[in-house]
Every structure is written in structure tokens, then in C-alpha cells.
Design a protein around this ligand. Structure first.
Ligand SMILES: [Fe+2]
Length: 391
């Protein structure tokens, strides 16, 4: 059995008192939620092969159909993931100045509430701090208000990466019928607590009239994640929407204590399209939650940056069923290969997209608007790869 998360004590001498997080109310409105399957990760350790196979089968269907799953019983309790204090709260309390955002295209550091660049843009009401590997190597890159809690942040990220994500990749390797550590050994980046990925503590402040008018209710444009898995803690404020196979946006329902996991493009490529990197976006919550702050805690797990991803042709699943080129990165990378062109490395692919991040209504010279079956989409091109995103 996998060990449960055992965080450092929150009441060690010298640690500031952190007020208990008050859970906002869930929406009372009748919502047509996305229907996601639940994976109870502890069942992977079951001595009964039938139980494990059942879990693999459920996971296969979930990542093929939805690309999103609810992960439960993964070793972090509901109270534990709420105990990690967000810098937004601490900074407000202590008045510690924020760090400036990084300019490297890796998204490290502080994002203030006015756009995605160092130069002040229009307000968007989204504030976050991203901890990349350099933040874990130098406390100078960490907001001072978070220094007393660093042991907790470190333990939390290490557990998510080296326990939860490793077990999750084991399950996904089993779906591909490959050895258990295949994805962990060959694809996942593993240097330090977050590898080449990052840990984010974000706060979405209620949109004021200006933000609402500019974004028309969208806080973050539709996109796919680039890495291996994204681990998002389910929160009571419903703002995440996913793009279903029926081409409709649907909110993801609050599932207390669950991790909302989505498959990144790296795994879509490795799986030959059997895993789906599903488009998702962040929008204003339902009307009865519009005045609430939305705290978002997420760890973006990354693939090894120097790799150029090919389908895992040795997978018995791929040998038996072939690849699936119905959508997304797999299909577009395949087109490049067929033209004899070099496909981007994982690092190139993620950094070019991060560097192009912008607010939904900011001018985006790389975007062309197209309509598919009457639905507005944004067409972009990065490194010779075309991507199409529902707007
Ligand atoms: Fe995302």
C-alpha cells in the first residue's frame, strides 16, 4: 500500500498562525454538469487482479471519452490539502511585497491582477504564484510570506509528484499495457519536487464590471495542457469548464477532496491519440457564486523537455488497435511527421504556448477566427503545428 501523506506540523515554533480556510457555499442552481468518472487510486494496490483490471478499464474509458477524471483516495485528505496556505492570503495579512513575474516564457513567479506580462495590462482579476524548479532551489525567488511554510509546500509537492503522479502514471501505463513504470521512467520529468512542471496557487477575484465586459464571462481561454497530467484540487466555486465530445462547454462539479485530473498533450502523443488532451477553460461561476473568491491549487506535471514525443509503438494496445487521429496534438504532430518535418520538443511546445498567453479579449495576432458547425473557434499556429480551440 502506498504511504499516506504525512505533512510537517503546522504549529511548529515560529510558524505564523493561519486562519482556517472558510469553504464557500456551492451553487444551488441546476447545472448540466460534465459527467466524469471517478478513479479510486488506492484500488491500484489491491491484491485482487480483477479489482485492478476493473480500475484499468474504467480509466481507459475515462481518458478516451473525457480526458478528465476525478481522482479519489490518493493519500491526501480533504483537510490536508486545505492546510497549505496560499500566498495571496498571507501577503494580504502581512503586507509583503509580491515578486515580479518572470519573463522567460516559463511562467515562473508572481502574476499580478493585470494581465500576463511584466508591463501592466488591463485588469483581469487573476493573481497567482507559480513555483518552478528555480523557486525550489532559491528562497530568494519565493515570497517571504511563504518562507515559514516552505516545509509544507515542499512536502506537498513531493508527495503529489513522487507518490500520486507516479501511481497515476502506473495506472496509465497499464492502460497502454506497458510495464508499470514505462511512463514514469521514459516520459515524466523528475528533477526536484515539480520536475519541469510547476505548482500554482491562484486566486480568481470576483470579476468587476470592466473584467466582465472585456472577457464576456471568460477568465481564461479554452486550451489544452501541454504536459503529462494536471492535478487540480476540486474547489467549491465552479468555474472550470470542459469541451465535451458533443461540442458543448460544461462545468465540472465540485467533488470535495477529489483531484480533478486531466491528460496533457504529451500523453495524447505518447498514447497515439488513445488518451485525450481535452480542451478546457475558466469562466465566471454560476450567478449565485459571482461574488466569491475562487482559490485554485494545481500542480502541472511536465514531460522531459528534450524529448520529441512519438507514439509508444511497443504498446500492445497500439499494436492491436492502431492510433486514433481524431483530434488535437496527436493528429497535428502526425501531419508534421508525414511531411518529413521535425516535431517540436516537449519544451519547445510548452514554452511557445506559454509565451503567447493572454487575456481572452487582448489582441492576439496569432489567432484567426473560424466557425465550425456554427461554433466560434480560434485557429493558431505554433512551430508549424496548427491548433484549433473553441472560443
Ligand atoms: Fe489548463
Amino acid at each position: 500500500m502506498a504511504e499516506l501523506f504525512n505533512p510537517p506540523a503546522a504549529d511548529l515554533p515560529g510558524k505564523p498562525f493561519v486562519e482556517q480556510w472558510v469553504r464557500p457555499s456551492t451553487t444551488k442552481l441546476d447545472i448540466d454538469w460534465a459527467q466524469l468518472r471517478t478513479i479510486e487510486l488506492s484500488l491500484l494496490d489491491s491484491p485482487d487482479p480483477k479489482v485492478v483490471q476493473n480500475l484499468v478499464d474504467t480509466c481507459r474509458a475515462a481518458i478516451r471519452d473525457d480526458g478528465f477524471i476525478f481522482l479519489t483516495d490518493y493519500g491526501v485528505s480533504y483537510d490536508q490539502h486545505r492546510s497549505v496556505p496560499p500566498p495571496q492570503h498571507e501577503r494580504r495579512r502581512q503586507g509583503t511585497p509580491a515578486l515580479e513575474p518572470d519573463e522567460s516564457g516559463t511562467f515562473a513567479g508572481w502574476k499580478p491582477r493585470f494581465g500576463w506580462r511584466r508591463d501592466k495590462g488591463a485588469p483581469d482579476g487573476i493573481e497567482h504564484y507559480n513555483y518552478y524548479q528555480p523557486q525550489f532551489e532559491s528562497m530568494d525567488k519565493v515570497p517571504t510570506c511563504m518562507h515559514p511554510f516552505w516545509d509544507e509546500i515542499l512536502a506537498f509537492c513531493n508527495y503529489l509528484t513522487y507518490s500520486v503522479n507516479r501511481r497515476l502514471l502506473k495506472l496509465l501505463s497499464k492502460v497502454l499495457e506497458l510495464p508499470d513504470d514505462w511512463l514514469w521512467d521514459r516520459v515524466q520529468s523528475k528533477n526536484g519536487p515539480v520536475g519541469q512542471g510547476y505548482f500554482r496557487q491562484a486566486m480568481y477575484y470576483p470579476a468587476d464590471a470592466d473584467v466582465t465586459a472585456r472577457g464576456k464571462g471568460t477568465r481564461m481561454n479554452g486550451h489544452c495542457d501541454y504536459g503529462t497530467t494536471t492535478m487540480l484540487f476540486s474547489v467549491p466555486i465552479s468555474s472550470l469548464q470542459i469541451w465535451g465530445r458533443d461540442e458543448k462547454w460544461r462545468y465540472v462539479k465540485y467533488n470535495p477532496g477529489a483531484l480533478v485530473i486531466n491528460i496533457g498533450e504529451t500523453l495524447e502523443l505518447v498514447s497515439g491519440g488513445h488518451f485525450r488532451a481535452t480542451r478546457h477553460r475558466v469562466v465566471d461561476p454560476p450567478e449565485d457564486q459571482l461574488k466569491e473568491e475562487r482559490l485554485s491549487i494545481v500542480l502541472f506535471q511536465a514531460s522531459e523537455g528534450d524529448l520529441r514525443m512519438e507514439p509508444a509503438y511497443e504498446s500492445p494496445l497500439l499494436k492491436r488497435e492502431g492510433c486514433i487521429d481524431s483530434q488535437g496534438a496527436y493528429r497535428e504532430f502526425k501531419k508534421l511527421r508525414e511531411k518529413g518535418m521535425a516535431i517540436p520538443t516537449n519544451r519547445q511546445w510548452r514554452e511557445v504556448q506559454i509565451a503567447d498567453s493572454h487575456h481572452p479579449t487582448d489582441a492576439a495576432p496569432n489567432d484567426t477566427i473560424v466557425y465550425i458547425n456554427g461554433a466560434k473557434h480560434l485557429k493558431r499556429e505554433y512551430l508549424g503545428v496548427n491548433i484549433l480551440l473553441p472560443a
